[in-house]
Design a protein. Sequence first.
Length: 297
Amino acid sequence: MAFYFTDRAPTNTPAKISLNSYTIDIPPGVSNHVVTESAVLPVDLQVLGILPHAHYLATEVDGVATFPDGSKKWLLKINRWDFDWQGDYRYAQPIFLPKGTTISMKFTFDNTDQNPSNPNHPPKRVRYGLQTTDAMAELWLQVLTANAKDANALMAFNQSRIIQDTLAYNQYLLRNDPKDASAYNGLGKAMYFADDFAAAWNHFQTAVKLNARLDEPHYFLALIYRRQNRLAEAKQEFINTLQVNPKHSKAAGNLGVICLQEGKLAEAENYFNQALTLNPEDEIARRGLDDIVRLRR
């Protein structure tokens, strides 16, 4: 291993784009089960590398770029997939993909006795899952944008896809266990960051009812109440957060802000100090303490 050091800041920062499926459901005895996914690129970019991921039942892995004019280019083609082949593949030369290009994946699975890699004899139904005996289909691209504006556009594009993936993954968890409180919390967070606060509130409420010992549902419920200026309810949920997780610095800081709004300086000071003890880098708590000093003069 060799390390190279420089006093120059990096000029290019790669990003990643992922294609995946959480709805894989392969019946036993099927030799040609196909899973696909695609996305349309919001900006021009160069593809530097590619990473396919699948488990034992996969037999063929394809990645294709379809350009705006309808022409196509292979990004990856593995006709006889091997579980040991998942990993990073780098291109000898970057592949340029213009804005509007559709990137797509196609994974083929063989869930029969004729597949020598099938761990199940006789074959059984296999769905999406994290264990190697489950099935996965993921294709990751390492990409580079031309400028900061395009990088920001790609970040927003990825953020929307992350929300979609989070919804899909937690819906998968709920199919396996309809009483999975963590999955409802995941759905709530996805809806919160998608600015659908009504749906988020419902999911967080369900998570709390199923498992009141999770701190995140309480915390996000408190944030929603704060947005609605329902300070008494927000305060109680931040308190609930700290009762579940006494090291939750953001809950302590938010309590300080609410107490400051209520004019309860001593209580606010205690919460701000608690937040700084837990996170010395908390600038909001530090500014809150400065405000208290000015108000006491």
